[in-house]
Every structure is written in structure tokens, then in C-alpha cells.
Design a protein around this ligand. Structure first.
Ligand code: SF4
Length: 102
């Protein structure tokens, strides 16, 4: 059922974009800049950046859902370093967003 819903949203977005109605498809979210890999060529892990609270993320997902966004991807930094990553992904899932991460 979830895949059908995602496929339907993607087709709808494709049609809308084809006729000139801009439709966002993917919500790419850097849930954190923190990363335990600390690669020398990357400066993400050196930043002391603000992270959205779970409540703010919930609002973000509601807005994405209202806009018919089909896919949510959690990225970073290392998303799994956040203690509440499972809650974030569950909230995305509850909003019928197809969840990916990298
Ligand atoms: S975010 Fe990626 S590139 Fe940057 S330190 Fe982490 S693993 Fe390395």
C-alpha cells in the first residue's frame, strides 16, 4: 500500500511538473552535521550547527505532507548519531513519506 501511495504521488508530481505546476518531490533533510567519521576533507563535523527539535521536524513533515512530497531522505553528517533518529523516521513514516537515508 505504501509503495502504491508513493508511486501515485510521483506520477501526480510528474504530471504537475509537466504542465508547469512546480511540485516538490523529495524532502532532503540534514538532520545533523555531527559525524563520528571526521573525514579530513569534510568540514561538517567541525560545525556547531543548530539541529531541529523533534517538534520542529514534526511540523516540517506536516507541511511536506500537505504539499504532497513523496520522499523523505535523512542525511548529514551521520543521521544515526542523533539519539532520536528512529523517532524522526517514524514521524516521516506516519506522514506517508517514503523514507530513505544516506
Ligand atoms: S559527513 Fe561524510 S564526508 Fe563528512 S565526515 Fe561524515 S562521513 Fe566523512
Amino acid at each position: 500500500m505504501r509503495q502504491i501511495n508513493t508511486a501515485f504521488k510521483l506520477v501526480k508530481a510528474w504530471i504537475k511538473n509537466k504542465i508547469g505546476i512546480l511540485q516538490p518531490i523529495v524532502l532532503a533533510h540534514m538532520v545533523t552535521f555531527r559525524c563520528n567519521m571526521r573525514c579530513h576533507y569534510c568540514d561538517y563535523w567541525r560545525r556547531n550547527s543548530y539541529e531541529m527539535s523533534l517538534r520542529e521536524i514534526e511540523t516540517l513533515f506536516k507541511e511536506a505532507s500537505d504539499l504532497d512530497v513523496a520522499i523523505y531522505t535523512a542525511t548529514g553528517g551521520e543521521p544515526l548519531i542523533r539519539e532520536d533518529t528512529c523517532s524522526i523516521l517514524n514521524l516521516a513514516n506516519d506522514r506517508l513519506l517514503h523514507v530513505t537515508h544516506h
